[in-house]
Design a protein around this ligand. Structure first.
Ligand code: SAH
Length: 244
């Protein structure tokens, strides 16, 4: 696929696109593109890509449009417990590819990471989400929600709320979804798991406690698997009939 760039509104004026220094560097030195070559740009709001012909390596002109990967109909908000840096960044990247609409980092009792991230970390996370959207063809960058302790995140979430707990044996994800749901909020614990109190708190808040099977998954695996299963069960990993 033609390389895609996420651009801020002010980078696009009429049919003229100006790339940031980082993007220009990538165009010139990494992709080795030249005047006359084409890329695509999207702004995270309009659900169509613009095809752009480069006028030099830092600017271009819109010459047409191109379709984006269709967004899931389900609004899936994932609330993963904060993990060590590398693992959490992989989770952010993969959740974008899979099709999460929003991601809310959660502070939990047994996590190895206990402090809320600072503004620099948030900026880095936004870059990771944007780059994952560029790569996977999405026109929408998942919304990055504030980091909250589990009880507050439960209150802030809505729709069908599910919490993955390895000690749960009965309720499977499919049964918990009970047919089509338009909004799903999915909670996944840290390396050390949720405490019994946290699970009790989620139950009281109306969340359904689900099993992901008889094997214990690592936190990052659980977040990606559960998200995939939700979107698969709800039909969001199929091509819409109109675009087949
Ligand atoms: N340290 C814990 C496991 C934590 S696994 C222990 O050894 O008991 C990390 C997170 O992944 C859990 O909090 C849970 O949300 C999810 N998870 C992993 N395996 C799961 C399973 N089989 N069913 C449901 N959730 C699971």
């Amino acid at each position: 696929m033609t390389h895609r760039f996420l651009v801020a509104g002010e980078q696009l004026r009429g049919d003229h696109v100006r790339f940031t220094d980082a993007q220009a560097h990538q165009i010139r030195s990494v992709l080795r593109l030249r005047r006359g070559d084409q890329v695509r740009v999207f702004d995270g709001l309009n659900l169509v890509d613009r095809r752009v012909e480069l006028t030099d390596t830092s600017a271009g002109r819109v010459v047409g449009e191109a379709a984006q990967a269709p967004e899931p109909r389900t609004r899936l908000s994932v609330y993963p417990a904060l993990l060590q840096r590398d693992k959490f960044e992989v989770v952010l990247q993969k959740l974008t590819e899979i099709g999460a609409s929003a991601i809310g980092p959660v502070l939990t009792t047994r996590a190895l990471v206990r402090e809320a991230p600072d503004a620099r970390r948030y900026a880095r996370w936004r870059t990771i989400l944007g780059e994952a959207a560029e790569q996977c063809g999405r026109g929408v960058v998942p919304e990055l929600l504030p980091t909250l302790p589990l009880p507050a995140a439960l209150v802030a979430s809505d729709g069908c709320r599910l919490l993955a707990y390895e000690a749960e044996r009965r309720l499977e994800l499919r049964a918990a979804l009970e047919g089509r749901r338009s909004r799903v909020a999915l909670f996944v614990g840290p390396e050390g798991g949720f405490t019994a109190e946290e699970v009790g708190c989620a139950r009281q808040a109306g969340a359904r406690i689900i099993s992901l099977g008889p094997r214990i998954l690592r936190a990052e695996t659980a977040a990606l698997l559960a998200s995939t299963l939700v979107l698969y069960e709800l039909g969001d990993l199929s091509w819409p009939v109109s675009s087949k």
